[in-house]
Design a protein around this ligand. Structure first.
Ligand code: COA
Length: 162
């Protein structure tokens, strides 16, 4: 994997690109982690941008009761290290805001995400069987299949100490 090139970090104020990618990849702006739902249009977002102004990665996170929740992490340049850099920036921001741990949620199909988070030191912290099926009954646009057309049913939670 090549080293990330010269990227600039910015707080995302116009969330239209993030919301569009969320709709495409997940089918909703809302992300459930544990028993809570977070609206990505309302919580903090960070972006990494190339010198040409193109988006390399976007992330959405929030803090609740001392725990930070990573509600979205999207790379627009696969395999170039930009998601690792984006995650590092979220970890830094969450720690600076007082969080002692960071949690993320993955659907059962997301093998690249499972590899990614565990390679970055996250540990599994929860399994919510059929949570996505239940969520889809409330928000019918939630994706039905994901990575390699694997049916999406369950939620896996991962966390890391900051
Ligand atoms: C998971 C994701 C964020 C990785 O982005 P990326 O920019 O390709 O990742 P980076 O180049 O920064 O990091 C590469 C690391 O990610 C993992 N990874 C990325 N793509 C992978 C794949 N297809 N299969 C397995 N592992 C993968 C590996 O651990 C790799 O590091 P390694 O080669 O040292 O093992 C990206 O695939 C993505 O945006 N997916 C869609 C959204 C998503 O599922 N986000 C996570 C849940 S919110």
């Amino acid at each position: 994997m090549s080293e990330p090139f010269d990227l600039t970090l910015r707080v995302v104020t116009d969330k239209s690109q993030l919301l569009a990618v969320m709709m495409r990849a997940w089918g909703s702006y809302k992300m459930m982690i544990g028993l809570h739902t977070y609206d990505v249009s309302e919580i903090d977002a960070l972006g990494l941008y190339t010198p040409e102004g193109e988006t390399a990665a976007l992330a959405s996170w929030t803090l609740r009761e001392g725990t930070a929740y990573l509600c979205a992490l999207h790379s627009f340049r696969p395999g170039e290290g930009v998601a690792i850099r984006m995650l590092d920036e979220v970890r830094r921001a969450a720690k600076a805001a007082g969080a002692s741990r960071l949690k993320a949620m993955l659907t059962n199909d997301n093998m690249p995400g499972l590899t990614f988070y565990q390679r970055q030191g996250f540990r599994l912290s929860g399994l919510y069987l059929e949570a996505i099926d239940t969520y889809r009954s409330v928000i019918p646009t939630i994706i039905k299949t994901g990575y390699r057309d694997i049916p999406v049913h369950d939620a896996l939670e991962l966390e890391i100490t900051l």
